[in-house]
Design a binder for this molecule. Structure first.
Ligand code: ADP
Ligand code: ADP
Length: 225
């Protein structure tokens, strides 16, 4: 089953008012398991709105959303919360790691919140962090890590609960070009090994070229870039 299906997604802010903004107008997409899809959109085109709706953080006015085969539309908050926790990993431009906790704890905590035991959660954290080259940074706190290392920890946290879908908003956007390149390559390798579907928003055309295909937002619809 596809990692993500969006059909006929509509979203307007301030509907019916003088300051109405129609952001999404029949947006549709299908991301297969194992597929890495880029999202190129100029600022203001609705990229964040689309990612928030796909991530079940915001509701659409109309349309269908399926995460790994499960319909989210029409379900209540509890269904959406469960699908989000078990099915979706998020990574943002800024890492939002917990500053008082180590890299390992930052990756283990979401697993424990989902019911995993502490020892298994730590073991999975160590494995994920090792796969992005952070085996010597397990006990470092975010403030003791470089920017690229922090984003790699955030990436591992996004994968902590083995999601079927990864949603990323400019995941290397605050890094210098060299670091961005290296961190992005590490992320792509793990995504491809893991076989999850990914939708990755970026302004960077070079990064976009490394993805399987690229979509852009055009008047509220998703089209091939
Ligand atoms: P992007 O991430 O592509 O920059 P957004 O999805 O944040 O775009 O926003 C798309 C459009 O919707 C913008 O014109 C923005 O001003 C408008 N918008 C976003 N959020 C709101 C909101 N809460 N209320 C009103 N307008 C909004
Ligand atoms: P950058 O080269 O990206 O500016 P930093 O100078 O911040 O990186 O850090 C260089 C290396 O030293 C990083 O790998 C980081 O993990 C480590 N490091 C930075 N600060 C600390 C600290 N307070 N304690 C332990 N290790 C640290």
């Amino acid at each position: 089953e596809p990692a993500l299906v969006l059909e006929g997604i509509e979203k307007a802010y301030n509907p019916g008012r003088r300051n109405e903004v129609r952001v999404l107008n029949g947006a549709a997409a299908r991301i297969e398991a194992g597929e890495v899809v880029g999202l190129l959109a100029p600022s203001g085109a609705g990229k964040s709105t689309l990612l928030h709706i796909a991530g079940l953080l915001e509701t659409a006015d109309a349309g269908e959303i399926r995460i790994a085969g499960q319909a989210a539309s029409g379900g209540g908050d509890r269904l959406r919360t469960r699908l989000r926790r078990d099915g979706i990993g998020f990574i943002y431009q800024f890492h939002h790691l917990l500053p008082e906790f180590s890299a390992r704890e930052n990756v283990a905590l979401p697993q424990m919140a989902a019911g995993q035991g502490a020892a298994a959660a730590r073991a999975r954290a160590d494995d994920l962090l090792g796969r992005v080259g952070l085996q010597d940074r397990l006990d470092h706190r975010p403030g003791e890590l470089s920017g690229g290392e922090q984003q790699r920890v955030a990436f591992c946290r996004a994968l902590a609960n083995a999601p079927k879908l990864l949603l990323a908003d400019e995941p290397t956007g605050n890094l210098d070009p060299d670091t961005s390149d290296r961190v992005f390559a590490a992320m792509l390798e793990v995504v491809r090994e893991t076989g999850l579907g990914a939708l990755i928003a970026t302004h960077n055309h070079e990064l976009a070229q490394r993805m399987d295909r690229v979509l852009r937002l055009d008047h509220g619809r998703l089209v091939a870039a």
